[in-house]
Design a protein around this ligand. Structure first.
Ligand SMILES: NC(=O)c1ccc[n+]([C@@H]2O[C@H](COP(=O)([O-])OP(=O)(O)OC[C@H]3O[C@@H](n4cnc5c(N)ncnc54)[C@H](O)[C@@H]3O)[C@@H](O)[C@H]2O)c1
Ligand SMILES: O=C(O)C(=O)C[C@@H](O)[C@H](O)[C@H](O)COP(=O)(O)O
Ligand SMILES: [Zn+2]
Length: 346
């Protein structure tokens, strides 16, 4: 099975064909409590009658090794062998965690990503990053492992909560900011009014794939896909550990993009006019993430664990212009804290 990508009505029939290949010994579906209820009924008619559903709890707080253990337990108890196929049906939590479980189980079984959120359809299911959070740090344990296929059916989005849709849109905007100034300019006129997500999904996936193909293991260029994430992950991690204050990944990335656009401007890379365009657009869609200025140092400090760092140097991806990103730009914890204070004042 090669790594194949299907987007649209052909996605689930393609999955049906893969699941019935003689080389597949067992078919497993990993879903969370929501996708088991809301998405599995659409998938089920495409699966062989004999398959097993594993259900995990929904939410970022369950993207942990403990949840992986429950998955590995079930695979082991039912004697899944190396020829088993795992279908990850869900948002980025399920595709990241399921990919990680598949990559480690018996040193690797094949898996297919079946993303059901906008975020997972435009970003998380593509590019082979899998993993779980650890000690509150985002994706701290993980491996690069490409799925056998990615099957994107945009109709899954019909049951998605609008807040989740907005969260996913942040990664689309990120793709435009790092590599597609024209799309950003066009969409700026329309805000988040989108009738049919399919073309946006196709373009976002193609843009991400073009980057990943050149640098699959993130030794250089791929770091541009992390724009907004140095500050975004720090904020997301900080609030994840405080019950009641958790925010969604895309919401954190949207805030992170404002902070990192400001850092880009401070470092003489991004013009004030472009900074203003980015802020105005993002604030027309996203509410401000709530924290107090007293917390900014503690949040910024979490960026010391960012995976792009080298030793004590925090390497950030910044913008030279809308549509042009530069990676490995050193920033200090103090500068990150200052960017958070700037965001807070806006
Ligand atoms: N691997 C990557 O390249 C990559 C890229 C971006 C984000 N991520 C990761 O993805 C995760 C966020 O993913 P997410 O935003 O999809 O969150 P998620 O997986 O938590 O899904 C969001 C919520 O929507 C529910 N849901 C999913 N599909 C649904 C549907 N069709 N209808 C109704 N409800 C549905 C889920 O049960 C969950 O409650 C983060 O952990 C982030 O780190 C990974
Ligand atoms: O695919 C990538 O590369 C990305 O950076 C995409 C990000 O949107 C995504 O959130 C990713 O999981 C972040 O990776 P990490 O290495 O910073 O954990
Ligand atoms: Zn992301």
């Amino acid at each position: 099975m090669n790594n194949s990508l299907y987007i649209g009505p052909e996605a689930l029939p393609a999955l049906a064909e893969m699941a019935r290949r003689p080389a597949v010994s067992q078919v497993w579906v990993l879903a969370d409590s929501n996708t088991a209820r809301q998405c599995y009924p659409m998938l089920k008619p495409h699966l062989p009658a004999e398959h097993t559903l594993i259900e995990i709890a929904a939410g970022e707080e369950y993207k942990t090794l403990a949840t992986c253990e429950t998955v590995w337990n079930q695979l082991t108890e039912q004697r899944a062998d190396r020829y088993a196929l795992l279908l990850n049906l869900g948002g980025g939590v399920v595709t990241d965690l399921g990919g990680f479980c598949a990559a480690l189980y018996k040193r690797g079984i094949r898996f297919v990503q079946v993303p059901t959120t906008l975020l997972a359809q435009v970003d998380a299911s593509v590019g082979g990053k899998t993993g779980v959070d650890f000690l509150g740090f985002k994706n701290h344990l993980g491996v690069f492992q490409e799925p056998a296929a990615v099957c994107i059916e945009p109709r899954f989005l019909e049951t998605l909560d609008p807040r989740q849709l907005k969260s996913g849109y942040a990664e689309v905007v990120k793709h435009w900011l790092i590599a597609d100034a024209t799309a950003f300019a066009e969409q700026r006129q329309q805000g988040m009014f989108v009738e049919d997500w399919t073309p946006i999904i196709r373009e976002s996936v193609a843009l991400k794939q073009r980057i990943v193909e050149q640098d699959p293991l993130e030794s250089g260029l791929r770091k541009v896909l992390n724009f907004g994430h140095t500050v975004g992950h720090a904020l997301e991690s900080y609030l994840l550990l405080q019950p009641g204050r958790e925010i969604l990944h895309g919401e954190a990335v949207a805030a992170g993009m404002v902070c990192e656009a400001w850092l880009s401007h401070q470092k003489g890379l991004l013009s004030p006019e472009e900074l203003d365009k980015i802020e105005t657009f993002l604030f027309s869609i996203y509410d401000k993430v709530q924290f107090v200025t007293l917390e900014t140092d503690a949040i910024a400090d979490l960026a010391r664990q960012d995976k792009k760092n080298a030793g004590s140097i925090i390497n950030c991806t910044l913008l030279e212009a809308i549509g042009r990103a530069v990676y490995d730009q050193p920033v200090t914890v103090a500068e990150i804290a200052e960017s958070l204070r700037y965001y807070h004042r806006l």
